[in-house]
Ligand binder design. Structure first.
Ligand SMILES: N[C@@H](CCC(=O)N[C@@H](CS)C(=O)NCC(=O)O)C(=O)O
Length: 214
């Protein structure tokens, strides 16, 4: 396991959050990293120290040789390009690069707000809302995951981690059926060993920082 106490790469992480997606990315990369894990209930993410890394006061944040990167989409693009040996991103001049970038942005610009629409029971306004609507997101995502093993066909990439991360979350909370093309895709992608390693770390950290009763 590349998790280590000494590493140039640090993941500021809290269990039961979107940090799991960044952890999964790091496990896919296979490079050494250190986990700076904390309990969100402590409010550490709102401390001046953490706000200097991410002014939004949120996790995850990856710090690479002292340089902080926040926002999952940026973290995915940054890590995949910075550590190309893992093959998680098509090269800048590869024909798949455009589709790859579109899918990474689809995770944060379309899936995330579409889920807020669904969970918040907002009135869909597909023409006004930048994400279209939850139903439109679902239709496009379903087509995207149905055309091959992965979003880019046979090639697994960092966008599969961010997209599957968002769709898995949607399934866990009942926004997307647990059967069908999206469930099949999430099943295929989360069957990867890197996801199993990340889940084991997530379980360990979850036990270290159990959820407190309200
Ligand atoms: N847009 C951010 C979302 C990060 C986010 O929402 N993190 C949540 C945990 S899942 C958080 O840190 N919440 C604590 C808070 O805002 O107080 C990303 O893509 O990284």
């Amino acid at each position: 396991m590349p998790e280590t106490l000494e590493a140039d790469l640090v993941l500021h992480y809290a269990p039961r959050t979107r940090s799991l997606v960044a952890l999964w990315l790091l496990e896919e990369l296979g490079v050494p990293y250190r986990l700076a894990s904390f309990d969100l209930a402590t409010g550490h993410h709102k401390s001046p120290e953490h706000l200097a890394l991410n002014p939004m006061g949120k996790v995850p944040v990856v710090v690479d040789r002292g340089v902080p990167v926040s926002e999952l989409g940026a973290i995915a693009i940054y890590l995949a390009d910075r550590y190309p040996a893992a093959g998680l991103a098509p090269a800048l001049d590869h024909p798949d690069r455009a589709a790859y970038l579109r899918w990474v942005f689809f995770s944060s610009a379309i899936i995330e707000p579409a889920l807020a629409e669904k969970f918040g029971k907002w009135e869909p306004r597909p023409r006004q809302h930048a994400w279209g609507s939850f139903d439109q997101m679902l239709e496009v995502a379903t087509r995207g995951v149905s055309s091959g093993t992965y979003l880019l066909g046979d090639r697994f990439c960092a966008a599969d981690v961010t997209v599957a991360g968002g769709l898995r979350y949607a399934m866990l909370f009942g926004a997307i059926p647990k059967e069908g093309p999206i469930a099949d895709y999430v099943g295929r992608v989360t069957a990867r060993e890197a996801f199993a390693r990340a889940s084991a770390i997530e379980a360990r950290e979850g036990e270290r920082f159990p959820m407190k009763k309200p």
